[in-house]
Design a protein around this ligand. Structure first.
Ligand code: MG
Length: 207
């Protein structure tokens, strides 16, 4: 599999985000191995992972939809560990990552491959009907929302399609439980078989 184009890698590296280089490379590679079609990323933030997946989507002739309400998860809010004051919108006083994403996609020349959907996963789940050949779950990490996002979008993944889950930590001392619980739910459902793992990124294939 060819690695990400150096110019695009530079864009991704300059983008704020929580995806380490080794996991980003694995995400790109998993995208290159996924069937062409419509891909959905849940949890965009400023678009670092979107560059890696978007570049793979272009190479595969796929289209990537990236979904986020763009006002940050709990851990991004004021007073929390992952709060970034430079991302606060003076008008709302809330975190606002959409302008950063738009600049990222511009710099990566991926506007024609990536469709940006702004909304909560609960909103979008209400009308989403498109079959998916790749689903990347990296949204809100509360148990309730993580389970919701899996239940809402995993059924749209077609046979042979790829399911990726970020921040999966088997040991509780390494990280939060919800993504691990979602991974176990997918694996134990009999509908997905684990294919690969890099750091906290896991990917499975729909049987
Ligand atoms: Mg993540």
């Amino acid at each position: 599999m060819p690695p990400l184009d150096p110019d695009l890698l530079a864009v991704a590296e300059a983008t704020k985000g929580f995806l380490p280089a080794d996991e980003a490379a694995a995400l790109h590679e998993a995208g290159l191995a996924a069937p062409p079609g419509t891909w959905l990323e849940v949890g965009t933030y400023c678009g670092r992972s979107t560059v890696h997946l978007g570049a793979a989507a272009r190479a595969r002739g796929s289209r990537l939809v990236t979904l986020d309400h763009h006002r940050g998860s709990e851990e991004n809010q004021p007073g929390w560990e992952w709060h970034d004051t430079s991302l606060v919108d003076a008008h709302t006083g809330r975190l606002e990552t959409l302008p950063s994403l738009r600049r990222t996609l511009w710099d990566a020349a991926l506007d024609d491959v990536v469709s940006v959907v702004v909304g909560t996963t609960q909103q979008v789940a209400g009308w989403w009907t498109t079959p998916l050949t790749l689903l990347f779950l990296d949204g809100n990490h509360t148990e309730q929302v993580a389970q919701h996002d899996y239940a809402a979008f995993a059924p749209h993944v077609v046979a042979g399609g790829t399911l990726l889950i970020h921040d999966v930590f088997e040991r509780p001392e390494d990280g939060g439980r919800p993504p691990w619980n979602v991974f176990c739910r997918a694996r134990d459902s009999g509908e997905f078989e684990p294919v690969g793992q890099q750091g906290s990124l896991r990917w499975l294939r729909r049987v």
